[in-house]
Design a protein around this ligand. Structure first.
Ligand SMILES: *Cc1c(COP(=O)(O)O)cnc(C)c1O
Length: 376
């Protein structure tokens, strides 16, 4: 039984889509496939097509969003417990990521802590839907309104999730998704920005193509801009037709295949491990529909490292999501302390989760975990 922590689930349909671009179309760059992918994402997210901007990674999406909304030198509140991409996207835009503590019950940004870190230079908050959990989103938007901050959702984990009936990305200020190899849907690599703010959308759309003004429209009509103007910093962050072709197939598989499978497998973990007092799960709001990207648990009472090693020995890979960013040298090297985040970091263990796993494999992992915990 070869069990992987996560993996891409791609097959014949994706291969055929790539083949269509390679052999029939022959234009691999940004063109019709990307336009169609954006249109299909817009339908899925109940947005207008011009509100969805496809790029070549989730990190690029976050970077463009920050750059479009926050002036260099200003501060962005962000939970320390996130992938380093969130922090790098903020510092890439010349802004300052301000590491905030996490809530113990769901690992989401702790607004009480965040409040104490607001300064005259704070411009935005970047909540992360940790383990696909959009809990507390109203409170975050309320907090942002009160303190006059923009919201950039790092929704890299949350594609396909619903918060109180509404799909993540279908409402809110600026939402960034990732379509990297192991996310809920993949393009190989990729991501997108979703916003109804026309100025932010325009700036992101231009900045993904070296800030060549309106180059997107030119490309979508099969042309390129030759006599153009540039007035902003831009990047080579656009998505390619090859990536979009994969993404379109993946999007069509999400609701019937990937989402129910991920949800079912994660539910087995919760059922089978519920009675273990060395294991704690993060709390989801029952009103939310979660398509889990990862399956983290807390291993309590100082037992994490031993249990993790035992599972590894039994052939079960596990992860730790994440090393807190405030411990990284670039972001302070642990000069400040975030007590809940640091405790969670010592307890976190991510169990294997991807749609290629069977229910039997999850049962097997649960049995091995129970066994590892039974041995003192
Ligand atoms: C994956 C991820 C990103 C970055 O997305 P990429 O597409 O890999 O660049 C950002 N934030 C979080 C929380 C992620 O998990």
């Amino acid at each position: 039984m070869n069990i992987r922590l996560s993996r891409s689930i791609v097959g014949e349909a994706e291969a055929q889509a790539v083949r269509r671009v390679l052999i029939e179309d022959g234009y691999l760059g940004m063109g019709t496939e990307v336009r169609l992918f954006e249109e299909e994402l817009a339908v899925y997210l109940n947005r207008a097509p011009e509100h969805v901007i496809a790029v070549n990674s989730g990190t690029a999406a976050l970077h463009l969003a920050v750059q479009a909304m926050v002036e260099p030198g200003c501060e962005v509140l962000v939970p320390s417990l996130t992938f380093v991409a969130s922090f790098q996207s903020i510092s890439a835009a010349g802004c300052v990521p301000v590491a905030c503590d996490a809530r113990e019950d769901n690992a989401i940004i702790d607004l009480e802590d965040a409040k104490t870190r607001i300064t005259p230079r704070t411009r935005a908050i970047m909540p992360v839907h940790y383990a696909s959990n959009p809990a507390g989103l109203e409170a975050i938007y309320e907090f942002a309104r009160k303190h006059k901050l923009r919201v950039i959702e790092d929704a890299a984990h949350a594609f396909g999730c619903r918060h109180k009936g509404r799909r993540i990305g279908s409402f809110g200020d600026v939402i960034c998704f990732s379509f990297d190899g192991i996310k809920n849907i993949t393009c190989g690599e990729g991501g997108c920005i979703v916003t109804v703010d026309p100025e932010v959308a325009r700036r992101c759309r231009d900045a993904r193509l070296l800030a060549v003004q309106n180059d997107t429209q030119a490309r979508y009509s099969g042309a390129r801009s030759w006599d153009f103007d540039v007035n902003d910093q831009g990047y080579r962050y656009h998505m390619s037709n090859l990536m979009a072709a994969i993404g379109r197939v993946q999007l069509s598989r999400l609701e019937n295949e990937f989402a129910p499978k991920r949800t079912r497998l994660a539910a087995i973990y919760r059922e089978r491990l519920a009675d273990l007092h060395d294991i704690a799960f993060f709390q989801n709001d029952p009103e939310d529909e979660i398509v889990p990207h990862i399956a983290p648990v807390r291993v309590l009472h100082g037992r994490r490292d031993r249990v993790k090693a035992d599972l590894a020995e039994a052939g079960i890979p596990t992860g730790i999501h994440y090393k807190p960013n405030h411990l990284l040298r670039r972001y302070g090297g642990g000069k400040s302390s975030l007590p809940t985040t640091e405790r969670l970091y010592s307890e976190l263990m991510t169990l294997p989760l991807h749609p290629g796993l069977s229910e039997d494999q999850i049962e097997h992992i649960c049995a091995l975990l129970r066994k590892a915990l039974a041995i003192l």
